[in-house]
Design a protein around this ligand. Structure first.
Ligand code: VGL
Ligand code: ZN
Length: 201
């Protein structure tokens, strides 16, 4: 059991309509993370933050931006700022979320991580918010395990936070998550399940 304390933060990555069934960039069974995350929000985390993928029209990560020869690593148009698809899932309990970080807002740079854009220099501010509030450990949940969750976890660890990824509170785009877990474990990130986390008595 891992007792959750005031120095712990829950991070909810990109639980947005476009990544759920019926959305523009579906993460298979992505909706299954919502009840697990809602349960975790009731544990005594000192802070809780959520991220939103938040792209302008014509974003560099959209295949449609590049005409008929879209480069590798582009996606269907998704999470366009201000649209229904970009909203956090209505079933997600946001009552204890104190900070929402919007990332991928620059036209030419994508941002998988909730800490740093893919140029690896532009910061979102999440690091300073967490650190300023005395957070030392982060527990990461959400979508997609193999993209935004993994990038966020690796950055969190690299920035000096003790980093945990909550397995049953994440889903990936690729059917087999084994390579992602190997990469995370190689970085010293701890894989836990929601049942491993406990309120302090
Ligand atoms: C994501 C692909 C493109 C994610 C965001 O949230 O994992 N994946 N944009
Ligand atoms: Zn995106």
């Amino acid at each position: 059991m891992i007792p959750i304390t005031a120095h712990d933060a829950l991070l909810v990555i990109d639980v947005q309509n476009d990544f759920l069934p019926g959305g523009a960039l579906v993460v298979p069974r992505g909706d299954a993370v919502i009840p697990v995350i809602n349960h975790l929000t009731r544990l005594p985390f000192g802070q809780q933050a959520a991220s939103q993928d938040w792209h302008p029209h014509g974003h560099a990560s959209f295949a449609s931006t590049h005409g008929p020869h879209a480069p590798h690593g582009t996606w269907p148009d998704h999470c366009v700022a201000g649209t229904h698809g970009a909203e956090l899932a209505p079933a997600l309990d946001q009552t204890r979320v104190g900070m929402v970080i919007r990332k991928g807002r620059a036209l030419d740079i994508d941002s998988y991580s909730a800490f740093l854009d893919n140029d690896r220099t532009t910061r979102t501010g999440l690091e300073f918010w967490l650190r300023g509030l005395g957070v030392t450990r982060v527990f990461i949940t959400g979508l997609a395990l193999d993209y935004c969750v993994a990038f966020t976890a690796i950055d969190a660890k690299t920035l000096g936070f003790e980093t945990f990824v909550v397995e049953d509170a994440c889903r990936g785009i690729a059917p087999d998550p084994a390579a992602t877990w190997q990469a995370l474990e190689r970085h010293g990130i701890v894989r836990v399940r929601s049942a491993d986390l406990a309120g302090t008595a």
